[in-house]
Design a protein around this ligand. Structure first.
Ligand SMILES: Cc1cc2nc3c(=O)[nH]c(=O)nc-3n(C[C@H](O)[C@H](O)[C@H](O)COP(=O)(O)O)c2cc1C
Length: 196
């Protein structure tokens, strides 16, 4: 339950583990990448890159194999897996781009909301082997694998093993707004949020 009314898509976004193996339509997948493409980035560097795997393709299997055991267990039904890669080098001067992680994360936020608009869900995962991903997909040294994303339609939590099923239905929690927004000095809650 949000503290005040916000964008509907953001309200309904969450990260399920029970995914249906129903394939995702091509236009919907293109829309996800298009949403990411129009995200803001420092110097308009657009550091995000994606490697897509669609079930039962080889690329899908290769991404699945990069996942940690705890993630792999529920990803076997996921129809689309994306390996998200960031470019760490600035195209202007060849130096490190300090913002590539920030920018790629922001693009993922856009992608996530577009997924909601398309009736899909996404689940981002840091639990994967970046080293394995680099080797498997021959990723050049100036790119860094950042996250794997499951994309698809939701299914009944009953398809999950019991422990994961419990996590699927547990109440979602967030910090209070006053713990996040400060004024005058770091850590001093802003009066703006009094009462929230
Ligand atoms: C960068 C990142 C890494 C994550 N890694 C994992 C992961 O390896 N496995 C997993 O099940 N969930 C993972 N999550 C999902 C988070 O646990 C989830 O977003 C968080 O608990 C908030 O829940 P919600 O997305 O449903 O609001 C990750 C999320 C992000 C953004």
């Amino acid at each position: 339950m949000t503290a005040v009314s916000i964008n509907r898509l953001a309200t309904f976004r969450w990260s399920p583990r029970a995914f249906s193996s129903r394939p995702v339509e091509r236009e919907k997948l293109v829309a996800l990448f298009e949403a990411a493409r129009w995200s803001a980035s420092a110097g308009n560097e657009q550091p995000w890159r994606f490697i897509i795997g669609q079930q039962p393709g080889e690329s899908w299997m290769k991404i699945l194999e990069t996942l940690d055991e705890g993630n792999r267990i529920w990803n076997v039904t996921v129809p689309v897996l994306l390996l998200v890669v960031g470019s760490r080098i600035s195209t202007y001067d060849g130096n490190e781009n300090a913002y590539f992680r920030y920018d790629t994360g922001q693009a993922m936020a856009h992608l996530s909301l577009e997924a909601m608009r398309q009736g899909l869900h996404v689940h981002q995962m840091g639990g994967f082997s970046a080293e394995k991903a680099v080797k498997t997909f021959k990723i050049p040294v100036e790119y860094v694998p950042l996250v794997v994303i499951a994309v698809g339609y939701r299914d009944d939590p009953a398809i999950l093993p019991e422990k994961l099923r419990q996590r699927e239905i547990q109440e979602r929690k967030r910090k209070e707004l006053r713990e996040l927004v400060f004024e005058d000095s770091f850590g001093t809650p802003s009066p703006l949020l009094t009462g929230f």
